[in-house]
Design a protein around this ligand. Structure first.
Ligand SMILES: Cc1cc2nc3c(=O)[nH]c(=O)nc-3n(C[C@H](O)[C@H](O)[C@H](O)COP(=O)(O)OP(=O)(O)OC[C@H]3O[C@@H](n4cnc5c(N)ncnc54)[C@H](O)[C@@H]3O)c2cc1C
Length: 309
């Protein structure tokens, strides 16, 4: 893992930076590349444009590790209202959320209750809710949470991270519940005892797990989604899928708003499913630092905005 990635991930947890960086206008301008705006209405407008190009979206309201149950309740109400909005606006979009945003740090049972309410509201309009995967201290509890909710909410899925050494095993243990899985590389800073720390190993593990998921799509009709912008990996998944006869419309990719838009269009044109994850909300600082860490060259773009102000 590069030093700059480590510094940016350290910065994502630094309180002084959290309190100061979001106030700089050049940072806010640079942020626009990855986020259409702080409000749900910004995400809705961006979705309308993408839907016109045949691209559905996934909404995520930024925020994590909340410290008061009242905040979790407010987040839950926000998501319940969101499904009303999705229905009224007739937009093609799903939802993805972090469990620590609905109170996982405070109470497992209460956050499960909140999540089940959100999933039921989604189900009432034929919608779907993804559970993000956070840092490794949450892996066990998130998988346990997913097992419990999946029993009553078929319209839910969980994210797995290929940088964790345990993930192949975790997937194996989930297969008996016919999980819906979004596979990503992983965005947090993790020690080498539990995580692959060089890109080659993370990519190799990604493809190993992708192969298992492709077989599951073919044999058990599970929903598996590949959340990546890595063109080599996408190409290899397309090749593997063709080899085992997974049709294009059963292969689904998710990408983040603003990243690799040409590839997004190519996938749609070739008949694959492609969704774009749109983040919004005021609590964007740690999330944005993780986006910069994924491609430290992005820091140059932020600085360009400083020079141009
Ligand atoms: C839909 C979706 C959901 C996700 N959910 C989670 C989650 O729940 N938990 C979690 O830990 N992580 C999540 N992530 C983040 C993920 O773990 C990776 O950190 C991120 O996707 C970058 O990895 P990559 O697969 O694109 O490959 P990389 O090897 O990092 O990148 C491949 C190429 O994509 C481009 N690229 C990648 N990231 C950026 C960027 N930020 N800015 C500009 N270009 C970029 C670059 O050209 C790069 O060379 C999610 C990602 C996606 C797409």
């Amino acid at each position: 893992m590069g030093i700059s990635r480590n510094i940016l991930l350290w910065g994502s947890k630094n309180t002084w930076l959290l309190n100061h960086v979001p106030n700089y206008s050049f940072v806010r301008r640079a942020l626009k590349r990855f986020m259409p705006g702080e409000n749900l209405s910004d995400a809705v407008e961006a979705t309308k444009m993408l839907n016109q190009k045949g691209i559905p979206t996934v909404f995520t309201r930024l925020g994590e590790n909340i410290t008061q149950m009242s905040e979790a309740e407010e987040v839950k109400c926000h998501y319940l209202d969101m499904f009303e909005k999705i229905k009224d606006e007739k937009i093609q979009t799903e939802v993805s959320l972090k469990l620590t945003q609905i109170g996982l740090d405070l109470s497992f049972d209460k956050s499960l209750e909140f999540f089940n309410e959100i999933a039921a509201a989604a189900n009432s309009i034929n919608n779907f809710v993804w559970i993000d995967m956070e840092g490794s201290s949450y892996t066990n509890v998130t998988l346990d949470f997913y097992r419990r909710t999946k029993k009553i909410n078929a319209n839910t899925g969980v994210c797995l991270q290929s940088y964790l050494r345990r993930t192949e095993n975790d997937l194996g243990n989930l297969l008996n519940i016919k999980p819906n899985v979004r596979l990503v590389k992983g965005a947090y800073s993790e020690p080498s005892e539990i995580a692959f720390t060089n890109k080659q190993d993370v990519d190799k593990n990604y493809l190993k797990i992708a192969k298992i998921l492709l077989t599951q799509i073919k044999e058990n009709d599970i929903t598996a989604v590949f959340g990546t912008h890595d063109l080599k990996i996408i190409g290899e998944i397309e090749r593997l899928a063709a080899e085992i006869n997974v049709p294009h419309d059963k292969l689904e990719f998710h990408m983040l708003y603003g990243i690799k838009p040409n590839e997004q269009i190519r996938l749609v044109n070739e008949g694959y499913k492609l969704k774009v994850l749109i983040s919004y909300g005021k609590a964007w600082y740690p999330w944005y630092m993780r986006r910069l860490a994924e491609r430290p060259a992005n820091v140059g773009f932020v600085l360009k905005n400083l020079i141009m102000q």
